[in-house]
Ligand binder design. Structure first.
Ligand SMILES: [Zn+2]
Length: 284
């Protein structure tokens, strides 16, 4: 009897471990190949497989766009006054302090509870821990992030000057990876698959995209900071972003089964790009 329990214990432990293996085994690969071939709604990702961007699009699909604002790529806000989402000549970057750090002042809405604050601050720390960016509570600074639980998860691109809203709806956007995603927009980054060189790395499946969302797949004249294309960027759309019928809209190439996007937080390459863009130097 005891040996039976032990055997079960070992088997259970093994299954648990197998579940945590970072590399897909061949069975899973076969399953995912079958899944890619299958069509329609059963292809939509489970909640556990959702990337930060999947969740953002899910929340924002129910969004009433605030007056005077519009969104590009699902969550990058722009006002009609400042219509571009590009950042020519790095004009939208936050200034670097003489001590080598880039301070990004913020105020946090009193509507957030303690757990919300911890989630948002974790998103900040995941960026700060690997870069020279420091998010600091605002004291007197003229330009700052005004973080509020408005409808949806969204941010302006880079520093806009003055008070700029960054919305993290609670509970919909309360993942540290989503917070980090929006903070990276506020630091000046667009989505990874908008890179000027993306066609070398992914195929955009235009026929699967909802027709009124084609514009969300435009390329931008991005500065790619001499860094490799990053399928695991927290700024990458998920495989099914803006899908009309549940079929994939983005397929990596040459290997279509490379996982794309995630929701844990900035990838090593995301942090590398922040360090290059802000010339973090010794902090890199
Ligand atoms: Zn985004």
């Amino acid at each position: 009897m005891n040996s039976m329990i032990m055997l079960l214990g070992v088997l259970f432990g093994f299954l648990n471990q197998a579940d945590m293996l970072p590399v897909k085994n061949s069975t899973e690969l076969q399953e995912s190949k079958a899944r890619l071939k299958r069509k329609y709604s059963d292809e939509l990702p489970d909640f556990d497989d959702m990337t930060a961007m999947d969740q953002i699009l899910e929340v924002n699909s129910k969004l009433r766009v605030p007056r005077g604002l519009s969104f590009k790529e699902g969550d990058i806000a722009f006002s009609y006054v400042r219509s571009a989402i590009d950042c020519p000549g790095n004009a939208c970057l936050w200034p670097k302090s003489i001590d080598g750090f880039v301070y990004v002042p913020y105020i946090l809405s009193p509507l957030y509870d303690d757990m919300d604050r911890i989630t948002i601050e974790t998103g900040m720390q995941d960026i700060s821990a690997g870069s020279c960016i420091k998010f600091v509570p605002r004291t007197h600074e003229a330009s700052f992030l005004d973080i509020q639980p408005r409808y949806g998860c969204w941010s302006f691109l880079g520093q806009t000057g003055g008070s700029q809203t960054l919305s993290l709806q609670t509970p919909g956007c309360m993942w540290s990876g989503i917070a980090a995603h929006e903070f990276m927009h506020a630091l000046g980054f667009v989505h990874e698959q908008s890179r000027s060189d993306r066609d070398h790395y992914v195929t955009i499946v235009w026929k699967n995209i909802m027709p009124d969302h084609m514009h969300n797949f435009r390329k931008h004249a991005t500065n790619n900071l001499n860094s490799p294309y990053d399928y695991s960027s927290v700024m990458h759309y998920g495989r099914y972003a803006f899908s009309e019928d549940g079929g994939p809209t983005i397929i990596p190439k040459p290997d279509p089964y490379i996982p794309i996007g995630q929701r844990d937080g900035p990838s090593a390459l995301d942090l590398h790009k922040i360090n290059v863009l802000y010339d973090c130097g010794a902090n890199e």
